[in-house]
Design a protein around this ligand. Structure first.
Ligand code: ATP
Length: 331
């Protein structure tokens, strides 16, 4: 194995009956890095994480955690990893302190170490005041924070976070991002799965894009956005009869074709760099005698990436909602 790789997967395959949920996934995560596995609902993210964390046995391919084969020595792998799933796996009838000591005991840590570690984690995850309250009363964000604290009790070498912010309100989502950033700053190796480009963009040094069980792209956020042609510009014009002239004025500034929509008054396309190109676009439209009502520029969304990479929009019933809420405006 390569000494500084915490996670190595090669050609992982997992089928459920007819469904090939993971279809030859290869990926590597260097020690101390935060990487993102990005894809829509049903892309195979959770199955990949379950293979890497020994919860499922691969049908094919290999996976190593710290150089240890997940299929050959799952016990040794489990001792080195932490996993937080999509649904907080906390025991509702217990307090955070009791939840933490339960997990500490499962890891067979000495009693005194468990108590110290629990205090440390409660403080770090902003749960000190709530440490002795029953979890049942907690908000989703508090539960998720406790869940991550629990997965850290045995100081894992690699932490897997499966959709850590799905279902959280915006404020808890932001708090969770800050927490994951701190973990990254402390040198914890993290592989997180997400449906949100802005989340991967903010947290992950490198993003592995997965669709239908296959890795379709792997790069930094900037590299992915460059692949899809930069930012998306939308221009509303006053009169549809000017649409052709507007397209001709915009086309030389765009990295994609200009699409005309909404009865000929809404034009959209990709541009390399919003800051630089927007003033030029407005000037070009003005020179062409086109009355412009509104210009909007935004970073690409997951849907944009998918459309470009796969030729189809991100699948899944609620994918659109999640992406619109997460990526369209604030990335
Ligand atoms: P989500 O964001 O919805 O969790 P995902 O990217 O994590 O999506 P997976 O949960 O890995 O996707 O699912 C990949 C495919 O495998 C889906 O078609 C799913 O229905 C199927 N699948 C996953 N687990 C099982 C299972 N235990 N039995 C049958 N099919 C499964």
């Amino acid at each position: 194995m390569v000494a500084d790789l915490a996670v190595q997967a090669h050609g992982l395959v997992k089928s459920f009956g007819e469904i090939r949920a993971v279809d030859g996934v290869s990926l590597e995560v260097p020690r101390g890095a935060v990487y993102g596995l990005l894809g829509p609902n049903g892309a195979g993210k959770t199955t990949t994480v379950r293979l890497l964390t020994t919860l499922l046995r691969p049908d094919g391919g290999t996976a190593l955690i710290d150089g240890i084969d997940v299929a050959k020595d799952p016990g040794a792998v489990r001792a080195r990893i932490g996993l937080t799933g999509q649904y907080a796996a906390v025991e509702e009838r217990l307090t955070p302190r009791e939840n933490l000591s339960l997990i500490g005991r499962l890891y067979q840590l000495p009693k005194r170490e468990i108590a110290g570690r629990a205090n440390e984690l409660l403080a770090r995850f902003d749960l000190e005041d709530a440490g002795d309250r029953i979890v049942k009363e907690f908000s989703g964000g508090m539960r998720r924070r406790l869940d991550i604290a629990m997965s850290l009790i045995a100081r894992p070498s690699v932490l897997f976070l499966d959709e850590p912010t799905t279902g959280l309100d915006p404020r808890s989502r932001l708090a969770m991002w800050e927490l994951i950033e701190e973990l990254g700053d402390d040198g914890t190796t993290v592989l997180l799965t997400t449906q949100y480009l802005d989340e991967a963009d903010r947290l992950a040094e490198r993003i592995i894009v997965i669709d239908a069980g296959t890795v379709i792209a792997n790069g930094t956020a900037d590299e992915l956005k460059d692949q899809i042609g930069g930012d998306r510009i939308s221009v509303s014009i006053a009169r549809p009869e000017n649409a052709r002239r507007a397209v001709e004025a915009l086309a030389p500034l765009c990295t994609s074709g200009v699409v005309v929509d909404a009865g000929g008054v809404l034009l959209s396309a990709f541009i390399r760099s919003g800051d630089r190109v927007v003033p030029q676009a407005i000037r070009a439209l003005d020179d062409a005698g086109v009355d412009v009502l509104d210009v909007e520029v935004r970073r690409p969304t997951l849907d944009d990436v998918f459309l470009k990479l796969t030729g189809h929009a991100a699948a899944g019933d609620d994918a659109d909602d999640g992406v619109a809420g997460g990526s369209a405006v604030d990335s």
